[in-house]
Write a protein that binds this ligand. Structure first.
Ligand code: PGA
Length: 270
């Protein structure tokens, strides 16, 4: 079976109640293909999760941007996987480069978090990616392989994991990876999964790209064989509400460019 396209919106540490409501309204009104064709997951900050979940259309899902490494307890400021499950939040983003670098989350720490979140029934968007320095020194593949290995060693199944390749130098910089650069790493990651987790896992795991994706550059990226979707931040965008429109356009393009004949007729452009 083919891999279902995945479009994630990472809202990072942004927004007010009013802004969040506006974005949800835009998304709710968007005419997008059905959830059989594309999976849409938006990730607001923790404090807005219940609000977004209560207002968001039922064919879109929500994700938290992080969760604690194990069962909750005396961990001031943390949010446990159990709490997310209790709130009916199905997804969590783990290992984002902003947390790896700013909060010193190691590969092993991220691997443990992914395993714990999965054990509690969450689905995980697991992020990997190299810095500019690492790319320039030719160690891109070694870096993302080590990050993926740290996850693979801790999990028994990849069924509920989406792997997000997010080169650090492309995040929030407006400097997007070329389609060839993205495809090269995605293809290598799929090979890595094949060699280390098996045929099935390699064929079915979605590998999505993140890093300055927008409505204009997503078209070409989406035509790459091993690009199964996007994680879109939009930190570089000045107008916050624009993110919702961009997400909408990306969902539409992604579907059109991957299933041109079948779906182009059905899609109504804004
Ligand atoms: P960006 O962020 O689209 O603003 O580059 C992507 C991400 O951090 O997930």
């Amino acid at each position: 079976m083919g891999r279902k396209f995945f479009v994630g919106g990472n809202w990072k540490c942004n927004g007010t109640v009013e802004e969040v409501k506006k974005i949800v309204t835009v998304l709710n009104e968007a005419e997008v293909p059905s959830e059989d064709i594309v999976e849409v997951v938006v990730s607001p900050p923790f404090v807005f999760l219940p609000l977004v979940k209560s207002l968001l259309r039922s064919d879109f899902q929500v994700a938290a941007q992080n969760c604690w490494i194990r069962k909750g307890g005396a961990f001031t400021g943390e949010i446990s996987a159990e709490m997310l499950v209790n709130l009916g939040i199905p997804w969590v983003i783990l290992g984002h480069s902003e947390r790896r670098s700013l909060l010193a989350e190691s590969n092993e720490f991220v691997g443990d978090k992914v395993a714990y979140a999965l054990s509690q029934g969450l689905k995980v968007i697991a992020c990997v990616g190299e810095t500019l320095e690492q790319r320039e020194s030719g160690s891109t593949m070694a870096v993302v392989a080590a990050q993926t290995k740290a996850i693979a060693e801790k999990v028994s199944s990849w069924d509920n994991i989406v792997l997000a390749y997010e080169p650090v130098w492309a995040i929030g910089t407006g400097k997007v990876a070329t389609p060839a650069q993205a495809q090269e790493v995605h293809c290598e990651l799929r090979k890595w999964l094949h060699d280390n987790a098996g045929d099935e896992v390699a064929a079915s795991t979605r590998i999505i790209y993140g890093g300055s994706v927008n409505g204009a550059n997503c078209k070409e990226l989406a035509t790459q064989l091993d690009v199964d979707g996007f994680l879109v931040g939009g930190a570089s965008l000045k107008v916050w509400l624009f993110i919702a429109y961009e997400l909408y356009i990306i969902i539409i393009y992604l579907v059109i460019f991957q299933t041109l004949e079948t779906y182009a007729r059905l899609i109504h452009f804004p």
